[in-house]
Design a protein around this ligand. Structure first.
Ligand SMILES: [Zn+2]
Ligand SMILES: [Zn+2]
Length: 330
């Protein structure tokens, strides 16, 4: 049952189409439809479900369009709530599918053998101190997405009609925002949300620093000086710089909490996560669902790895567990 208005015209040939996320607290994802000189562009597709396709058709129809009028589908990143419906839309006649090269790689790796990738992620989180069974959540996710090969892969910086692609890694390695040259707005995907804090986690032992990337990408987005923000979840808002400042302050505060849990003896990421408050309501770790406990550990790892690349902490590897401690204790 949809309890939000399905579409809102946003001026400058921009239509916000709210696509349902049944059973998810985010409630909906925004597909943004843009009129361009050569046809319609859709930014993000929703996940693969009949009610999403129906909502998209209805939103288009209410404004005199149909699915096959969409000339190109741009994907901000490969998460299933943004990309899941892409294959369906291609079959329905959408001409082009465009996304970042790195997120196409991630989607291909993940969807070619989902069970194996999930097992690796579960093992990684277990080595970091948390063993839970989330197979039901994982299965649900795979049912709502399908591999769709892009017709064009981006690196960032390209012009696509009225839009310019801005590479903003962090939430995923190939996350893209899009700057609208006509209105001066930014389509921010899951990079900048309000009031939700975007998830940045370490889900594999890749030796990368996604939180460092994310913080740099927040500055990249702020430097665009966009006049208006169209996020993938929640409602559009005007003050990009205010929100970037809040997100930077939030990450700095979380870092302080993580450092406060560290000492001279190695602790696992899960032990640290258990001691921190979670969500905007400052919930105890034990109140989180099994899947959200995994997200919490992955987020804690993002902070620990970001501290590690800066030399603040060291990582101690044991055969079946990984611990972190302060470098200064050496
Ligand atoms: Zn996402
Ligand atoms: Zn999302």
């Amino acid at each position: 049952m949809i309890d939000f208005s399905p579409t809102t015209p946003r001026g400058n040939g921009i239509l916000q189409i709210r696509l349902p996320m049944a059973g998810n607290p985010l409630r909906y994802i925004n597909g943004y439809l843009l009129e361009d000189d050569d046809g319609l562009t859709l930014i993000d597709a929703g996940w693969k479900a009949d009610d999403v396709l129906a909502a998209l058709r209805a939103g288009l129809h209410a404004h005199g369009y149909q699915l096959s009028d969409i000339r190109r589908l741009l994907i901000t990143h490969c998460h299933f709530d943004h990309y899941g419906l892409a294959a369906t839309l291609r079959r329905a006649g959408v001409g082009a599918l465009i996304m970042h090269r790195l997120d196409w790689q991630l989607a291909r790796d993940h969807l070619s053998d989902p069970a194996e990738i999930d097992r690796k992620a579960d093992d990684w989180i277990a080595r970091n101190g948390l063993r839970v069974d989330v197979s039901l959540d994982e299965e649900l996710m795979h049912n709502r997405t399908e591999l769709a090969q892009p017709t064009r892969e981006l690196e960032g910086g390209e012009r696509i009609g009225r839009l310019r692609a801005l590479w903003t890694p962090g939430h995923t390695p190939g996350h893209l925002c899009f700057i609208d040259e006509r209105s001066g707005a930014i389509f921010s995907g899951d990079h900048i949300l309000d009031p939700v804090t975007p998830h940045v986690g370490v889900w594999r032992d890749t030796g990368t620093d996604p939180l460092g990337d994310y913080i740099a990408s927040l500055r990249t987005a702020a430097a665009s000086r966009a006049s208006f923000v169209f996020p993938a979840h929640g409602e559009p808002f005007a003050d990009l710089e205010r929100r970037v400042d809040e997100l930077l302050a939030h990450e700095a505060e979380r870092e302080g909490h993580v450092i406060g849990q560290l000492g001279s003896a190695p602790r696992t990421a899960a032990a640290i996560a258990r001691a921190l408050p979670w969500t905007r309501r400052n919930r105890d770790f034990t109140e989180l669902s099994a899947a959200h406990q995994q997200f919490a550990v992955a987020e804690t790892l993002a902070h620990l790895e970001h501290l590690r690349v800066r030399g603040v902490v060291v990582r101690k590897e044991q055969p079946d567990s990984i611990g972190y401690r302060l470098t200064a204790a050496d």
